[in-house]
Design a protein around this ligand. Sequence first.
Ligand SMILES: NC(=O)c1ccc[n+]([C@@H]2O[C@H](COP(=O)([O-])OP(=O)(O)OC[C@H]3O[C@@H](n4cnc5c(N)ncnc54)[C@H](OP(=O)(O)O)[C@@H]3O)[C@@H](O)[C@H]2O)c1
Length: 361
Amino acid sequence: MSTHGDTPLTTDDAMRRALELARRGPEHGPNPRVGCVLLDDAGRLLGEGWHAGAGTPHAEVAALADARAAGRDVRDATAVVTLEPCDHTGRTGPCTEALLAAGIGRVVHAVDDPDPVAAGGAARLRAAGVDVQGGVRRTEGEELLRVWLHAVRHGRPWVTLKTATSLDGRVAAADGTSRWITSTVARRHAHAHRAVVDAIAVGTGTALTDDPALTVRPEDGSAPTHQPLRVVVGHRDVPEGARLRGPGGSFLQLRTHDVAAVLAALADRQVRHLLVEGGPRLAAAFLRAGVVDELHAYVAPVLLGAGPGAVGDLGITTIAAASRWHTHETVRLGDDVLVVARRTDTPPATTEPGPLPTEDS
Ligand SMILES: NC(=O)c1ccc[n+]([C@@H]2O[C@H](COP(=O)([O-])OP(=O)(O)OC[C@H]3O[C@@H](n4cnc5c(N)ncnc54)[C@H](OP(=O)(O)O)[C@@H]3O)[C@@H](O)[C@H]2O)c1
């Protein structure tokens, strides 16, 4: 429960707090991470809440409950929320109704809801006489929600491609040995990232050569709260005894080479974030299809001089046609470096833009 703050908060302070609260929600899953702060007309904190994932109350409802539990009057209060309140009845009623029933006088949000099913919250509130202001700390809100926003806007998951290479871009030596090029600290970092995605994909080549488990295994030995769906793309059979079929997330084989079909099948399963872990041919297929949104390139100060590259043929024959990205972030991991790179353009939709199925909370 929040404490009743004596120091008045500006709307901007409250939005910063709401964004912090939103980050407490799980990064994976079908629903957006949302935070909400309620202020009285003097800017004092009345209540706060966040959405803890599908099947739990929305942030606005959690904040109202927090205020009520403390016996605070929320009539005419301001709700500061990271995403436009939904106007959609799922497992719970629309947030717009909860806010109106509570007598909230003003709503300030960071990001407009692009989901055609749930959007219209601002208009509904305005029609009921509530003062609504959008776009406060919008850039931060969009960054926080980028995976979910992308999935809703483009009708396909956000795709992260992970590679682990030598300094000269190779994933294996000439004799095929590849364990390990990057350091333990880099591998742990890459492993931890699995916990925030909904699905991990590899090609049959990697599944058959490396026999990966593709599971989340917390370093402290605790039980993982979430295991991503494990996806193998390609026609060849994955043996019965493969680790991919062992304990961990559900196993799904998609016997196709059509990247758009892979993404459509995963969108149907409410996958918002797909991590492609290779190998080179599957990586190239995703890149050629123009659907990789972020690259996670782990690079070790190791030289091999020969051996396969991280990415197969992209059909690029001249430097003017190079696939260029911008560096979003670099992380030093012991002797290795992680480069997080993003597309420089807006990713195209591979399916008709529209809502993904939402597991409503
Ligand atoms: N260091 C790293 O980052 C890293 C990561 C992963 C793998 N690797 C290494 O990569 C090697 C395997 O390389 P790989 O290229 O064979 O692995 P891959 O990309 O995992 O698998 C390739 C296979 O996937 C299937 N496939 C599915 N969709 C495809 C498409 N659109 N286009 C072409 N093929 C498609 C094809 O098999 P079907 O005939 O069965 O359809 C193809 O032969 C292993 O040695 C592994 O250790 C390295």
